[in-house]
Design a protein around this ligand. Structure first.
Ligand code: SAH
Length: 463
């Protein structure tokens, strides 16, 4: 990120003067901005030409005198001549920040584009480089923010003292404020003049501890931040704690609220990692403390995510939960390689199956896969890929069945491999680092594997 030549801040002008030297259109423009504040706005010029009648300002039609700048927080110079020069010199001597309209070199500060939902203000600045861009960005932000959001911010402000006396815990108080500013009911109540009553009800509910903890089982997708759903992103922003697996890359975990607590329950191999029972206990305990817990899992939580055990633990303890689907690795791998998993007249369905959980003795598992005639998407099979191929052949799959493998699907550093069950079974492949999906089936051939490493042509490490 580049460095700024200006420091963005909100400058207190309450109880002070903002002096605008000039009486034309430029002075009027600055008046519009200045009168958004509670400062006393004073227009000083020998020639007042523009129409200032709609603004609560003090008009002074005479030459400037130094005393005009007493008690002044900001000075705008919007004309040229002796008064302008005096104003500049006087402002500099007194150290009052100065803006000279259209002369950036003489300015101590610039005025940003503003989205005004007082007390909420969004200021957009390009340091004068691209005012058009500032206006475009402003229009987008205007569209994003409800016109009532400022009123609701005032409601929050008016309840501040009561909230502090009723809710001791800082995190619980923050949950109340978040509910207040995001609730559609409060917005509707505000619109019909019932805002304060509705907000007070909400506060009493939260004070009575009726704000309950919750666990969101969230699918993080294959590992890119733009393959998260909007719902997943919103909940990550609302969560107090993010409990994530090691397979979820930090770019995705970083999408959560900055000050949310983060717990990695699947530290890299060799380090301490949590058992499933410990994870169940952890999320139940956190939600029991009234926290909103984002349990972030790679791909989709309901596919090889051990969601079943976590849901059972939550049900047993009566804790609220919600499941947010995610893009499973097989779907990302299919997209990466343009492989249709179902294909008319070729494959009438596809199977997501584990390559690992089922061992050699699980004959039914392997027989069902080998004889399904459907596209197989095998999870957790990278380290035993050649054994898997051999087993499928042993259970009746044709050795010539196409195979495609995607390592790091849906991520920047993906790599692909293609061949047949026979070539995969022939030896152990040195795949690149990262999780992998193994596709098996006739439909795989319809994908785009042109850049894939050929399994047959690779140097195999014989296991
Ligand atoms: N719930 C996850 C699966 C978790 S099991 C999902 O729906 O995707 C872990 C297995 O998922 C890995 O062994 C690997 O087979 C697969 N996997 C997860 N992320 C992957 C990725 N980005 N690329 C390829 N395979 C991935």
């Amino acid at each position: 990120m580049g460095q700024l030549n200006t420091f963005p801040l909100s400058y207190k002008v309450q109880g002070q003067r903002i002096v605008i030297v000039g009486g034309g259109e430029e002075a009027l423009n600055k008046t519009r901005l200045a009168t958004k504040t509670t400062a006393q706005v004073v227009i000083i010029s020998r020639h007042i030409e523009a129409d200032f009648s709609g603004f609560a300002v003090e008009m002074v039609e005479r030459a400037l005198v130094p005393a005009d700048l007493d008690g002044t927080a900001l000075v705008f110079v919007a004309e040229e001549g002796a008064d302008a020069e005096l104003a500049k010199a006087e402002a500099r001597t007194r150290g009052i920040p100065l803006n000279v309209v259209d002369v950036p070199a003489e300015c101590d500060f610039y005025t940003p584009s503003i989205v005004d939902r007082a007390p909420l203000t969004v200021a957009i600045s390009t340091e004068g480089d691209a005012p058009v861009l500032a206006r475009l960005v402003r229009a987008r932000i205007e569209a994003m923010l409800s016109p009532r959001i400022g009123k609701i911010a005032r409601l929050a402000g008016s309840l501040r003292k009561t909230a502090e006396s009723l809710i001791d815990d800082g995190a619980a108080r923050r949950r109340f404020y978040e509910a207040l500013v995001t609730s559609p009911e409060i917005e509707a109540a505000e619109q019909s003049g019932q805002g304060i009553a509705a907000a007070t009800d909400l506060l009493n509910q939260h004070a009575a501890g009726e704000s309950r903890g919750v666990v969101w089982l969230i699918g993080a997708g294959p590992g890119s931040e733009d393959l998260l759903t909007l719902r997943a992103q919103r909940l990550l922003q609302e969560a107090d704690v993010i409990v994530h697996d090691q397979l979820v890359p930090s770019v995705v975990v970083d999408m959560g609220r900055r000050d949310a607590e983060r717990i990695d329950v699947g530290k890299a191999k060799g380090h301490h990692s949590f058992s499933q029972a410990q994870i169940n206990t952890l999320i139940v305990r956190l939600a029991g403390q009234g926290k909103r817990v984002a349990r972030l899992k790679s791909g989709d939580p309901m596919i090889f995510g051990r969601a079943g055990e976590e849901i059972a633990a939550l049900r047993k303890t009566g804790i609220d939960y919600q499941i947010v689907p995610g893009i499973s690795a097989a779907l990302a791998a299919a997209a990466d390689t343009a492989t249709p998993l179902t294909l008319r007249k070729v494959s009438s369905g596809f199977i997501m199956a584990t390559a690992h959980g089922a061992d050699d003795s699980d004959l039914q598992h392997w027989a069902a896969l080998a004889q399904s005639g459907l596209t197989l998407a095998l999870y957790m099979g990278k380290s035993i890929a050649s054994e898997v191929a051999a087993r499928l052949i042993a259970h009746g799959a044709l050795p010539a069945t196409p195979v495609g493998i995607v390592v790091n699907a849906g991520r920047a550093g993906k790599s692909t491999y293609s061949g047949t069950l026979a070539t995969l079974a022939a030896g152990q492949v040195a795949f690149s680092d990262g999780p992998a999906i193994i596709f098996v089936g006739e439909a795989v051939e319809a994908g785009d594997w042109a850049d894939a490493a050929q399994l047959a042509g690779m140097s195999f490490k014989v296991a």
